[in-house]
Ligand binder design. Structure first.
Ligand code: FAD
Length: 391
């Protein structure tokens, strides 16, 4: 079997590469070892796929080379993808500012991509692992259950390690290494954090309690919701900050973001001098959490018994609450994988390897990881588009 382009991975980036290359008249085969294409797309956004973010900027991505993503993102914008979605009459809505979701189902996005592949003459084969890949004088050859496949270009679109049950594998990284690429350290991102020992016991029983916080680690902060889980902390603020957190990093929470907590406490003392601190805090924080704060960490007395200095100290504590996380929930639940193929060895305009001619890397397998909010799909579409124009 002879093709111009062999794409490994029928996920977001691989399908986009195939659509663009097929549209240019290239003969394209996409192979995936999973039994259906686009499994992560199906799972994404709670089944409604947060397929892009209209506020996408290079600043929403983590990479050892923050400039690498710029060219592809500038040449394929969220509006280009929205135009495709609109052409397929898929209804969508904006949730948080910029985050676009299907009104109905993620299935529509996968259907759209497969319809575009069919229209571009792309062949997509699932339950079709690729092995024994090697370079030849005129491209690449590899083995599949369909037989030997030869292709002039090989596109690695195998994604990251997150959620092995959805088809994730390290195959793309191994392939990259085989052709002389360096892999920057891999780590689970957009992932819940775990607590252990006394740090967990102190928050025991709060699972399900949610509150807005500003979560901070050195170099990054996110203002969004936080959720207590049975094993630690989750919610968008924690998922976001997890991509910047490393073992031992100093994680701090502003438990009353946007509020001068000390001032609120002093005003509370004037307005309700007879109520206890935990009652006053319950009007600012979820009641169960406020009570726990006063059981474990804060002195609990009627408000009139506090001096200014004490309220100021409590306010400062609430604004800079230390959390000792023991780890993350890992690839089992992570939305993304940080690190990956070193972008210094890849062209930012074509996604072609600088080590091996006609070898391309697109999507999450590269060391480009987006924040939460549709940015990861936008990177998959944009990098796939760039490669699709070049293969
Ligand atoms: C639960 C969940 C929800 C998410 N929600 C969102 C969201 O709403 N918005 C957003 O922007 N991002 C979201 N993400 C992140 C997003 O899904 C990924 O960043 C994106 O899918 C990456 O695209 P990709 O094409 O690089 O990789 P993938 O979409 O992961 O595709 C890789 C493909 O390669 C295949 N593959 C792997 N190994 C092999 C092999 N050895 N041989 C053949 N095929 C192989 C896999 O089966 C898979 O089909 C979510 C992730 C998860 C896990």
């Amino acid at each position: 079997m002879e093709y111009d382009v062999l794409v490994v991975g029928a996920g977001a980036a691989g399908l986009m590469t195939a659509i663009v290359a097929g549209g240019r008249g290239r003969r394209v085969l996409v192979v995936d070892h999973a039994n259906r294409p686009g499994k992560k797309i199906l799972m994404s956004g709670g089944g409604r796929c947060n397929f892009t973010n209209t506020g996408t900027t290079p600043g929403h991505f983590i990479s050892a080379n923050p400039h690498f993503c710029k060219s592809a993102l500038a040449r394929y914008t969220p509006w280009d993808f929205i135009a495709m979605v609109d052409r397929h009459r898929i209804a969508w809505h904006e949730k948080s500012p910029g985050q676009l979701f299907c009104d109905d189902s993620s299935k529509q996005i996968v259907r759209m991509l497969l319809d575009e592949c069919a229209a571009a003459g792309v062949r997509v084969e699932t339950s079709c692992p690729l092995s024994n890949v090697r370079a030849t004088t005129d491209g690449f050859v590899g083995e599949t259950p369909l037989g030997h496949v030869r292709a002039a270009s090989l596109v690695v679109a195998t994604g990251g390690l997150s959620i092995p049950s959805l088809g994730a594998s390290g195959f793309g990284y191994a392939l990259a290494e085989q052709f002389g690429h360096s892999i920057l350290p891999l780590r689970a991102g957009l992932v819940p954090l775990t607590l252990s020992g006394k740090h967990q016991e102190r928050y025991d029983g709060l699972a399900g309690v949610a509150l807005p916080v500003e979560a901070r680690v050195p170099g990054a902060s996110f203002h969004d919701a936080m959720l207590f889980t049975h094993r630690g902390l989750s919610g968008p603020a924690i998922l976001q900050v997890s991509s910047y957190w490393e073992a031992g990093a100093d994680l701090r929470l502003d438990l009353l973001p946007g509020l001068d907590a000390a001032q609120a406490l002093r005003e509370g003392r004037v307005e309700r001098p007879g109520v206890e601190l935990k009652t006053l805090l319950s009007s600012l924080l979820p009641r169960r959490f406020a009570e726990r704060l006063c059981e474990v960490w804060l002195p609990n007395r009627p408000m009139r018994q506090y001096r200014d200095a004490e309220l100021n100290a409590i306010g400062a504590q609430l604004a800079d609450w230390p959390v000792v996380a023991s780890g993350t929930e890992g690839y089992r639940t992570a939305e993304v994988t940080l690190g990956g193929v070193d972008t210094d060895e890849v062209s930012s305009t074509t996604m072609m390897s600088r080590r091996q001619p006609n070898l391309y890397f697109v999507g999450e397998v590269l060391d480009v990881t987006g924040h939460l909010g549709g940015y990861n799909f936008q990177w998959a579409w944009a990098s796939g588009h760039a490669a699709g124009l070049a293969v």
